[in-house]
Design a protein around this ligand. Structure first.
Ligand SMILES: Cc1ncc(COP(=O)(O)O)c(C=O)c1O
Length: 518
């Protein structure tokens, strides 16, 4: 006989239920994490070794966060959410079962099946090419596309559209995507939507593309558009999500103008979480269903699996067979395969070990779980709200993977402050505090042209705190928020910096050196 729940217990169950149903956005409300630690790594550096970190930051890293030794950070390493994931026990156990055959190994077939499971049935009819990470996919895709166009290996329909120059527009190209596009002589404009420029927490889909501008570009005469690119979530635009409505609208234009449509899908599951939570009509759909709908609208995608693949290495380029893309470029897949054989290896493993593929299959299963995403994005938001409570200006609404500190606003009320390189000052001081963040602003996106420093257009001046997946507890992030607050409370005393090397280099933020100036 089934055990009856007595009234006096029912009372408490209803109270526990009320607690669990509380708005997760309340400042001091916590739910248990949906996982427990299965392994931990002790740090071997002391929090109070401030002078040591000052010396390392200045003498070894030259205030470039990419050159600072990560194992010397006692706090949060928020340089990137890419490849920094803690993998689950399920992933590690699958990795032990890795099949290390040369090409067409078991993991490849499992990954193929998982792609259809995660992204939808239609992808059963796609070509899956594995790469060691996202930018290798970008390099191959845009190089082979350029060669294809140069050789005129395009359908008559696509040929009519392509005139002198070629443009690959986006809602916001990631920096390596943009560099790969430009390196192959395409233009790479970012068509941020109108809402992007408004700091209003109620605008939920600031990652959207500007549809009218896109249509004007597609209908215009200035050049052909061989591909429309869409980054989900929009990392360059502040980690902001895109709406299903916007994706559908781009799909319509793609069909109308016969310009194939691709995703840069690095954070596809996080984007789906925002659609479910904030877009009308999606609240009763599961994340898995939303992801599948998103991917019905594209002809292909590339993905850095180091984000929503929940792995430390891996990338993939997935192209629908019999799609607008393969119709326009009938020889593309063969050319792409040649390129890959010469650079990454056979497309069925693309430079990865068989075990890496097994871990990735498992990662794609976990990443669409509602409780995982609730906790993951909730943690990023709790961190952002802690900064906001302390008065620190950040980009709102808070995105899915990172918090962006607005450097122009941070220094707005400091007399005579020139905020252009203050993002570098801030990240330099935070290294000393024991945390690593990254400037993504005037230095990272600006450039030196003919001896003249040119700010990015549109102007962006952020320091980004990217939160790795399943790595930190809220306590760690609170410590980082407090260190940022110390700087904010003393912002009039923050020194400037000067560039001592690399101001005129491409991708200069990875290579340059700086010095503090008082
Ligand atoms: C949106 C986006 N696209 C592409 C990439 C490049 O991927 P990877 O770092 O694996 O080369 C990144 C990396 O951070 C990214 O955020």
């Amino acid at each position: 006989m089934e055990l009856e729940t007595p009234e006096y217990i029912k009372f408490f169950i209803s109270k526990f239920r009320e607690l669990a149903a509380k708005d997760p956005d309340l400042p001091r409300y916590y739910k248990p994490r949906p996982y427990r630690n299965a392994a931990v790594k002790f740090r071997h550096c002391a929090l109070n070794a401030y002078e040591d970190r000052y010396r390392l930051a200045v003498e070894q890293a030259h205030l470039n966060v990419f050159k600072f030794p990560a194992h010397k950070l006692p706090g949060c390493d928020l340089l990137s959410d890419s490849g920094t994931t803690t993998m689950t026990m399920e992933q590690w156990s699958q990795m032990l079962l890795g099949d290390e055959a040369y090409g067409s190994n078991e993991g490849y077939y499992e990954l193929n099946a998982q792609i259809a499971e995660t992204f939808g049935e239609k992808w059963k009819d796609s070509e899956l090419l594995i790469f060691h990470q996202g930018r290798a996919c970008e390099h191959a895709l845009f190089k082979v596309l350029r060669d294809t166009l140069r050789k005129g290996e395009v359908s008559v329909e696509a040929m009519r559209k392509n005139k002198s120059g070629y443009i690959i527009p986006s809602n916001g190209h990631f920096d390596t995507t943009e560099a790969n596009i430009k390196d192959n002589e395409f233009q790479a404009p970012n068509l941020f939507c109108g809402e992007y420029y408004r700091n209003d927490p109620d605008l939920r889909f600031k990652g959207n593309i500007h549809i009218e501008k896109l249509e004007r570009m597609l209908a215009g005469e200035e050049g052909g558009i061989p591909l429309i690119y869409f980054t989900i979530t929009n990392n360059t635009g502040g980690g902001q999500p895109v709406s299903m409505d916007n994706i559908r609208a781009v799909h319509k234009l793609s069909c109308k103008y016969k310009a194939p449509f691709f995703f840069d899908a690095a954070r596809f599951a996080e984007n789906a979480w925002f659609i479910k939570r904030y877009e009308a009509g999606f609240q009763t759909r599961t994340i898995a269903e939303i992801v599948k709908e998103m991917f019905t609208y594209v002809d292909g995608f590339h993905i850095s699996c180091k984000k929503d693949g929940l792995v430390n290495i891996g990338g993939a380029l997935v192209i629908m067979k019999n799609s607008l893309f393969t119709d326009n470029y009938p020889h593309f897949l063969d050319r792409l395969m040649n390129h890959q054989l010469m650079t990454e290896a056979h497309p069925t493993y693309g430079g990865l070990a068989g075990r890496d593929l097994k871990g990735l299959v498992e990662g794609f299963k976990t990443v669409v779980r509602q409780e995982y995403l609730d906790y993951r994005i909730g943690q990023v938001h709790r961190f952002g709200r802690a900064l906001l409570r302390n008065g620190i200006p950040i980009l709102t609404p808070i995105g899915g993977s990172a918090v962006y500190i607005d450097i122009d606003k941070f220094f707005k009320d400091v007399p005579d402050a020139d905020s252009r390189l203050k993002g570098i000052s801030l990240t330099g001081l935070l290294l000393i505090a024991g945390h690593r963040l990254c400037e993504l602003g005037i230095f990272a996106f600006g450039s030196m042209k003919d001896g003249v420093e040119t700010p990015p257009e549109p102007r962006v001046n952020f320091v980004r705190a990217a939160v790795p997946r399943l790595v930190y507890e809220d306590q760690d992030l609170s410590a980082a928020a407090e260190a940022v607050t110390v700087l904010y409370d003393n912002r009039d005393r923050i020194p400037g910096v000067k560039v001592t090397h690399g101001q005129d280099l491409t991708l200069r933020h990875f290579k340059a050196d700086f010095e503090f100036v008082d």
